[in-house]
Design a protein around this ligand. Structure first.
Ligand code: SF4
Length: 345
């Protein structure tokens, strides 16, 4: 049996490759970066929502199934340059350090994940111009290192705000979809801050809170146990205040129907999810249709979200749309089973 090619070394790809190896299938795991772990590793995610478990508790078992596994050929800093269908499977060309290599594979699993929205596109929030306006990635690194300090002067903040739906549910930037994760991750971050630094006030500005299923529990706990304050409203802009030493968040409180203007020491933007560069490349290489959002579209998303509709090609994780890590891992397993079945039949 020719190997199965897994594209992407994030949670979905790791799950798929580990599952294939446990089924006895030879597997090539290709990752464009020089390390495994995807966005959780890249951005040093701290605790995972909603149960505040260390990210390593989820990622390490996935990584443990890959490293040193004789059934998995690990190809880091490698991309897919070309793919042609053959009688059964694909002839693919891999590019690594400028060198090209042709391989025959029985099937392909696309687990190319997502990129965080570039918050500089919301110019009015000053990300990239004001050092104390951060986004998800930077606050996760601070929480991971237990070092919540203002980048501008290295001092601890007294009052922090989170602004939800940045680059999501926003037709002006072309992203009308909900990122599914921004509410619960922001709440988790605010809880982490309050747990370690109860002297810091934490405010969350929201349009509406979307904490699905059991995640709702963290929302209530954040208010009742940790004193996180929620303001329903839209922040229209962030400017410098008090001689440039603080940030002013200006907008509308939509419950009171009144303008609001509040100074903060740090503001976190809940940057949404977009199709990754790898997802876009794969769509072009395989001639796949994408939805209006740019994510890959499964043949029948509700019945079989891992089936691309193209023989021997399967999807897993956030390549098809915003996903939580547990969903990505589950889809990785599902795609592995379908790819194994396809290769064996
Ligand atoms: S999950 Fe929350 S932050 Fe993300 S787009 Fe949906 S409502 Fe906004």
């Amino acid at each position: 049996m020719n190997p199965v090619l897994v594209l992407g070394g994030g949670p979905a790809g790791l799950s798929a490759a580990g599952e294939l190896a446990s089924l006895g299938a030879p597997t090539i795991l290709v990752e464009r970066e020089g390390y495994l772990g995807g966005n959780p590793k890249r951005w040093h995610y701290s605790l995972l929502a909603p149960d505040l478990r260390p990210t390593e508790e989820v990622m390490d078992p996935l990584l443990g199934k890959i490293e040193g596994n004789s059934r998995i050929e690990l190809r880091l800093s490698t991309t897919l340059a070309k793919a042609e269908p053959v009688e059964k499977g694909y002839r693919v060309t891999l590019r690594s350090a400028g060198a090209l290599e042709e391989r025959d594979v029985s099937s392909v699993i696309v687990a190319t994940g997502f990129d965080h929205f570039d918050s500089r596109r919301k110019f009015e929030y000053g990300y990239g111009r004001y050092p104390d306006v951060l986004d998800f990635k930077e606050i996760e690194i601070m929480l991971h290192e237990d070092r919540v300090l203002r980048p501008s002067d290295g001092k601890p903040p007294k009052r922090m705000a989170w602004i939800l739906c940045v680059g999501s549910r926003d037709v002006q930037v072309g992203n009308p979809w909900c990122c599914r994760m921004g509410c619960v991750v922001s709440i988790k971050q605010a809880v982490e801050v309050r747990r370690k630094h109860p002297e810091i006030d934490a405010y969350v500005y929201y349009m509406d809170i979307r904490t699905y299923g059991l995640w709702e529990d963290l929302y209530w706990k954040s208010m009742q146990e940790y004193g996180v304050k929620f303001v329903r409203g839209r922040i229209g802009q962030i400017t410098l205040a008090e001689g440039g030493s603080r940030l002013m968040a200006t907008g509308e409180d939509t419950i009171l129907s009144r303008p609001t203007e509040v100074p903060f020491d740090m503001i976190i933007l809940a940057s949404g999810m977009e199709p990754s560069a790898g997802t876009k490349e794969v769509a072009t290489l395989f001639g796949l249709s994408v939805g209006p959002e740019g994510f890959l579209t499964p043949r029948i998303s509700d019945l079989n979200p891992v089936d691309s509709g193209v023989p021997g090609l399967f999807f897993a994780g956030a390549a098809t749309g915003p996903k939580a890590i547990p969903d990505a891992i589950t889809e990785g397993m599902g795609a592995a089973l379908r790819a194994f079945q396809y290769a064996r039949d």
